[in-house]
Write a protein that binds this ligand. Structure first.
Ligand SMILES: [Zn+2]
Length: 336
């Protein structure tokens, strides 16, 4: 038995060979190979980089992980995790954990955010009328910067919608952008593709770890209990069947607290058999034998070493502790 140990979590999503901009990479979600390599090199020189699942397993046995260790995770299950991130990790001898949205693995299914960004990028219209909460608004699509702004605005309008109205609003929006159905929308590129199970098995044999990111990328806190339970169960079963290894960690889509996951959904995850839940609310984890909630902070292609350094600053962590502020949960916005 030991008292809590501080470990840091860093979260990535896609990873691409060359930097992507604009609607191809909103919020820098796909980190470029050079940026990822620079992050990992900087981290490796300063911190012990540990395997998340393996470390947590040790913690449950009462063993202390290295102090100020860092774990690295990737959300969603994009194919470029295999093409770009995996070779870099392997070459540098670093472990990482990948959280798979199982309905998308090996199926060609596209995430709605990618469909939306592609629809805005390739829309034949030069303006569209959209409904906001209060009124009709005209969004300009007459230049790529205007399309980017429109895309971000539409994403932010759709993201908080309840599931009961989401699909209808999404379909109407796609129609307003000039597409009769999603299959008509050209792809943004190869970076939209997801992993298949052979890639997952190869990465697993190569020392990478896998956990669940739901089956259909649902926002758990907005679902009824039966749906969330089903998503947590099905994805766990599929990952265990396909990898032949236990699936011990559940990672929330979007990852914020309490709008995406909360005490109620945490309880469901525990009930379904997960040992840990992973959020994306900040970098700091005080891990001990009773830990159940883990968090890693999202880093994007726009985040240089300065952001990484500021994010993991021990002084910043200690000052928050000394001020008595709750270090969990908090967002990157509150870091700046
Ligand atoms: Zn996700």
């Amino acid at each position: 038995m030991f008292s809590s140990t501080l470990i840091y979590g860093v979260t990535y999503h896609g990873s691409v060979p060359e930097p992507l901009n604009g609607l191809d990479n909103v919020y820098g979600k796909h980190i470029s190979a050079d940026r990822l390599r620079s992050h990992l090199t900087w981290l490796k020189e300063r911190y012990p980089i540990v395997s998340l699942i393996d470390s947590l397993r040790k913690v449950r046995q009462g063993r202390r992980p290295p102090r100020q260790a860092v774990f690295i995770v990737f959300h969603d299950g994009y194919r470029d995790n295999y093409d770009v991130a995996y070779p870099i990790l392997k070459e540098m001898g670093l472990p990482a954990s990948f959280f798979l949205t199982t309905a998308f693995i090996g199926t060609g299914k596209r995430f709605w955010v990618d469909l939306l960004d592609a629809a805005v990028k390739y829309s034949p219209r030069d303006r569209i009328e959209v409904e906001t909460r209060t009124s009709q608004e005209t969004l300009r699509l007459d230049s790529m910067p205007a399309r980017y702004d429109a895309g971000v605005k539409l994403r932010n309008t759709l993201k908080p919608l309840a599931d009961s109205i989401f699909q209808d609003r999404f379909d109407r929006l796609i129609a307003a952008l000039g597409f009769d159905f999603p299959d008509q929308i050209p792809k943004l590129g190869d970076h939209e593709n997801c992993l298949d199970w052979d890639m997952v098995r190869e990465m697993s044999a190569g020392g990478m770890e896998f956990g669940s990111h739901t089956h259909g990328h649902i926002i758990c806190a907005r679902q009824d209990e039966a749906t969330t339970r089903q998503e947590m169960t099905v994805s766990k079963e599929i990952i265990e069947r396909e990898t032949g290894k236990p699936c011990e960690i559940f990672c929330y889509p979007n990852g914020y607290y309490p709008q995406d996951g909360n005490e109620q959904t945490d309880r469901l995850a525990k009930d379904v058999g997960y040992d840990y839940v992973l959020y994306m609310v900040g970098p700091y984890n005080l891990i001990n034998c009773n830990s159940f909630k883990i968090t890693g902070l999202a880093m994007g292609d726009g985040d240089g070493i300065d952001v990484l350094e500021r994010t993991l600053s021990l002084r910043r962590y200690l000052s928050r502790r000394l001020k008595g502020s709750n270090i969990w949960p908090w967002s990157k916005d509150s870091l700046t």
